[in-house]
Design a protein around this ligand. Structure first.
Ligand code: SAH
Length: 213
């Protein structure tokens, strides 16, 4: 199966029916072929609205959840975006179509290498990858206009709140692993942080340190 016009139409139809309505986000999702990020035996299921297994025991998120999170982040064309949890690189690729530059951090070195290779192969040149524990963010590159976490923290990590620009937005799942988590949006104002709860989600936990390959 290829990401041809009828497949794209069906893919976008499903996204819309799940609440992804932002035209820029839908266009970005039409530009990124999810099969390039899934790879291997599950690649032929890449256009279904399901999370799928990737290497290192991790998962690529469900497309509609990627769409809803991206939409909640309200990314603009001049934004500098930080993503924590590169995984396959799919979410970062979508952000790269909407933002000026994307910095993405992953704790498994092998996943970073695979994602890097896919970005190169797909001709994406505005993503910078890092192997690190993303809980600490990237102090050298801060501040960020937008921050997205694709692994669930118990609470929003302090270093990430600090690295968000005033006026910036961070979207993240919070809660204990294996229970229902909430997707929340944090907006930084001059005077403090505003928190909105968006919906229930389920993500892998944000873990400490580098991944053991
Ligand atoms: N955004 C990914 C899906 C990510 S799954 C995609 O589009 O495919 C969550 C990822 O977060 C996993 O790859 C996991 O290894 C990573 N992760 C978990 N804790 C982390 C941490 N502290 N720092 C960086 N990455 C982390």
């Amino acid at each position: 199966m290829t990401f041809d016009a009828p497949t794209k139409m069906q893919f976008v139809y499903t996204l819309r029916s799940k609440g992804v309505t932002d035209a820029r986000v839908l266009t970005a999702m039409e530009q990124v072929d999810r099969a390039a990020y899934v790879k291997g035996i599950f690649a032929d299921r890449a256009y279904e609205d399901m999370p799928l297994p990737i290497a290192s025991g991790q998962t690529i998120s469900q497309p509609s959840v990627v769409g809803l999170m991206t939409q909640a982040l309200k990314v603009g064309p001049r934004d500098k975006v930080l993503e924590i949890g590169t995984g396959s690189g799919y979410q970062a690729a979508i952000l790269s179509k909407l933002a000026r530059r994307v910095y993405t951090v992953e704790r498994f070195r092998s996943l970073v290498h695979a994602a890097r290779a896919t970005f190169d192969e797909q001709g994406i040149s505005n993503i910078t990858t890092f192997t690190a524990d993303g809980s600490f963010g990237l102090p050298e590159q801060a501040p960020f206009d937008r921050i997205l976490l694709t692994a669930a923290a118990e609470d929003p990590p302090g270093p990430l709140l600090a690295q968000l620009r005033v006026g910036g937005i961070m979207v993240l799942p919070v809660g204990q692993s294996d229970t229902v988590q909430s997707l929340i949006r944090v907006t930084r104002h001059e005077t403090g942080y505003e928190y909105d709860e968006l919906r229930a989600v389920r993500f892998v936990p944000l873990l400490e340190g580098l991944g053991q390959e």
